[in-house]
Design a protein around this ligand. Sequence first.
Ligand code: SAH
Length: 363
Amino acid sequence: MEKTHLTGLTRAELVEFAERQGEPGWRGKQLFKQIQARRLFSFDEMTDLPKKFRQALREIAVISTLKVESRFVSTDGTRRYLMKTQDGFPVETVFIPSENRDTICFSSQSGCPLKCDFCLTAKLGLLRSLSAGEIVEQILIVLNDVYGVGNETPHGTNLVGMGAGEPFLNFENLVKAIEIICDKEGLSIVPNRITISTAGIVPKIYEFAELKIRPHLAISLSAPTDELRNRLMPINRRWNIETLMQAASFFHEKMRPREKLTFEYVLLKGVNDSENQALELARLLRKYRLKRVKVNLIPHNTAEELDYTPSDETKIERFKAVLESHGIPAYIRRPRGRDIYAACGQLAAKASVSAVSKKLETI
Ligand code: SAH
């Protein structure tokens, strides 16, 4: 019989689990805290659980299923973790330190089924969707590695669902993982510190908007017209820009005070970075009366396998200025960890990196 992966169970599910083992329900809560708040990975360390229960747990349950194969550290401090699922699929997670707040970028799938033309992950195709437990575990592993087992994070952590995969094509597991991550008796990360990014799985944007525990939303747009977007992001042929913007408007109406909807726009030299295209983008956002939005401009992260190059600096600045002149806040997202293949669109399970960056021993 396959062992139960406890990391993917909500607190309520762990209560039921404990009861099924003939233990009082509160033992389940205790177990939840040990895993999600103290971030313990071994039953032996849970000394406040009775020995007999711990023994039983070892037989029927498991906390950790992901194995960290390698860990790369960039010259800018960014870390990329290359992990493997029990059945051998790659999972990548990125830790991005910054002065005020650190960010963990997690993956929702191994590989990705969407064929965005500028993205390296797309070359893998979909290997498989990750379970809720595998999503949560990525975060526990990184926190323990960076801060030490169970230690508080010095200034809180932002989470972004912007790693490999399309989160909204693994919606159920994603929502469950969010519930576990946000639980006040566990990691207790508030939804306002989490952003999920989608390439535009429209029906799921509507569902996401209505979630009780709802993180922020980012939509990867990357083109102002259907003609271009069809080419860059084939998912646009299924849900075009108009359909996507209607869903964005619906979400926009449901937003909390001071919340902003993010649009991501990967800047590709000579493809989508002209002044006119910036103007078209501004018009598009204005047409749908999206007032509380911001645009993250991401200069393309190139790889040998990709046919695109990042826009020139002057173009990037100009694009930003055009948006701002139309009252749309725009930010240039400088790549982090590019030397270790940790930047946006670079997660493709590369097991070796250039000589300048370091590969650290397996943790
Ligand atoms: N599938 C989701 C989650 C991935 S997030 C989505 O598409 O939103 C990854 C972000 O990186 C997306 O905004 C994507 O457009 C962007 N991206 C992909 N490849 C890139 C590349 N080579 N350089 C820069 N950004 C890239």
